[in-house]
Design a protein. Structure first.
Length: 563
């Protein structure tokens, strides 16, 4: 699907048609209890698109006093791993949802699914086919031309049953035979053209062990799994809409309870990709440093970057649930995490690209302590003590020897306020042999300290700082969007050609407030005038935290600080 900037969804709120359906079902008496499910395949890590489904299914169950099942649709052992299943459970919990006793595996239903397959054979609704996978694809036809029936389609019930049981006993090699549903090779819905139900795969299963050498296809197992669990509202994304007639065909032929399926638009987010295949390729090719790389849209990646569960839930609520595919601007997700962190993250000062500032008239060896609130609107978060000394570090970008118009920070001969401290005036610039500024000298006005006679004196600029003597030297990683264009899949080009080369910048020698030395993993802070940062949960060590930038500050806020 292609997109343009005008296609991107900008709305702040939208509806939820599934909620309306449930309300009507409860009111009419069609259902008295709501049972939903979140059914991931354990073949990769969850991403932000899955978060939409998690919040929808678990949220609806919570809102209507029902329950939501976590079910692993684990029908393909060749692609599934216990690692993925455990990460899925952890991510669902991290988002704030619990399944209680309702944890299920499709593989636990393998025996029942097998018995139902035999029932379909006995009814003449399924047959064993000897065609190869390539031959089956060739026989399938196209959107405009009907398919061709397999030469094995009219085997007798007795022969089909015998072959299927021998498939289960392990008599045949991988790919030698499959079990197919006998539906309609001329159906306009390609999913109904005798789909494969079982394939032979001599491989152990992560959950079921070595019990099976034939495995059901997802499309065969999915609807029956919902039926077994008594799901009242089977909610999935729009790409499964054309599969619904197949699910219903199986359920009707078997004569078992048929849950109603409802499809909603999947999440398409700008500046990223949502295909698990492509995300896996990024990992395998070394374009990112694993599934939890903070540039990835995976939930483990967003968590490591500093996104909060509340911000992701707020994002999913904000974009709503609809029936039409649309693109959501990455800026909406970023705004949600800013809102959360602005309200909850303690403040601190950090100098990312240090430039030494020497206060010539401040006494040698003397240290003053300034009190700063940890949050301007939340006194319950307390305060901290910030040391101040003769030598400080300021941000390189906060000094300009020849200022441009509108620059109101540190300039030779110009006054500027040091946040929480004094007003200083630049008196001298020190350069190295290449002409690079390596040090700025200034004087301070001692009367401009809080409580001093000139504390209220106004200057145009305020900058942050840290004491050179007390500062924590730390690695800071500046993360940005993974791709440089809004739709990396657009135009048929290789999506990897749009990887943003500036998506990660590592600053090995940032200088931070000493109070941050013992910050624990996943602690989040606003570095004043810089953005929101979190302590990296994987690479940090006690006393040596590494900080990841979660998101920058709002543009309007930044402009106010430099005005």
């Amino acid at each position: 699907m292609s997109t343009s900037e005008t296609d991107i969804t900008k709305q702040t709120t939208t509806g939820n048609f599934i909620r309306t359906i449930i309300e009507d079902d409860l009111q009419s008496g069609r259902h008295s209890t709501i049972v939903t499910r979140f059914p991931p395949e354990p073949n990769g890590y969850l991403h932000i698109g899955h978060a939409k489904s998690i919040c929808l299914n678990f949220g609806l169950a919570l809102d209507f006093g029902g329950c939501c099942h976590l079910r692993f649709d684990d029908t393909n052992p060749a692609r599934e791993e216990i690692e993925y299943a455990e990460s899925i459970k952890e991510s669902v919990n991290w988002l704030g949802f619990q399944w209680g006793e309702h944890l299920y595996y499709a593989s636990d239903y393998f025996e029942q699914l097998y018995q139902w397959a035999e029932q379909l054979i006995l009814q003449g609704d399924a047959y064993v086919d000897d065609l190869t996978a390539e031959e089956i694809r060739a026989h399938r036809g196209t959107l405009t031309e009907p398919g061709t029936e397999s030469p094995y389609r009219n085997r007798t019930v007795e022969e089909n049953l015998d072959l299927f049981r021998r498939m289960r006993s392990g008599e045949f090699a991988d790919g030698a035979r499959v079990l197919r549903a006998k539906i309609d090779m001329a159906s306009p819905n390609l999913n109904l053209r005798d789909p494969v139900m079982y394939r032979i795969l001599h491989a152990p299963h992560p959950h079921a062990g070595d019990s099976w050498c034939i495995y059901p296809m997802y499309d065969y197992a999915h609807g029956q799994s919902d039926s077994i669990e008594g799901i009242t509202h089977s909610v999935c994304t729009l790409e499964f809409e054309s599969h619904r007639p197949l699910y219903e065909w199986f359920l009707d032929r078997l004569g078992i309870y048929r849950p109603r399926q409802y499809e909603f638009a999947r999440l398409n987010l700008t500046y990223t990709v949502m295909s698990k295949r492509k995300l896996l390729q990024l990992v395998q090719d070394g374009d990112v440093a694993g599934w939890d790389d903070p540039r990835m849209p995976t939930l483990v990646g967003l968590r490591r970057r500093g996104y909060t569960p509340g911000s992701i839930r707020a994002f999913c609520e904000r974009i709503g649930v609809g029936k039409s595919d649309s693109w959501i601007d990455m800026g909406i997700l970023e705004e949600c995490v800013r809102d959360d962190l602005n309200a909850n993250a303690p403040r601190a000062m950090g100098v990312l690209r240090p430039l030494k500032l020497v206060i010539e008239n401040f006494p040698e060896g003397e240290v003053e302590m300034f009190t700063a609130a940890n949050h301007p609107q939340r006194p319950e978060l307390g305060s901290r003590q910030i040391p101040f000394s003769r030598e400080l570090y300021i941000e390189q970008d906060d000094f300009m020897e020849t200022p441009v118009k509108g620059f109101h920070r540190m300039v030779p001969g110009q006054e500027v306020r040091l946040r929480y401290a004094y007003i200083v005036k630049c008196t001298e610039v020190v350069k190295d042999g290449d002409g690079t500024v390596v040090e700025v000298r200034c004087t301070y006005d001692p009367d401009t300290r809080t409580g001093g006679p000139a504390a209220g004196r106004k200057v145009k600029g305020t900058i942050h700082w840290v004491s050179a003597r007390h500062a924590l030297t730390a690695e800071v990683r500046l993360y940005d969007r993974l791709f440089s264009v809004s739709n990396p899949d657009k135009g048929g080009q290789d999506y990897k050609s749009f990887i943003n080369p500036h998506a990660l910048e590592v600053l090995p020698s940032a200088r931070l407030e000493p109070s941050l030395a013992d910050a624990e993993g996943e602690s989040r802070f606003q570095f004043e005038r810089q953005g929101y940062f979190t302590v990296d949960c994987r690479d940090s060590h006690p006393g040596a935290p590494i900080f990841n930038r979660t998101v920058t500050l709002r543009d309007s806020w930044s402009k106010e600080q430099t005005a």
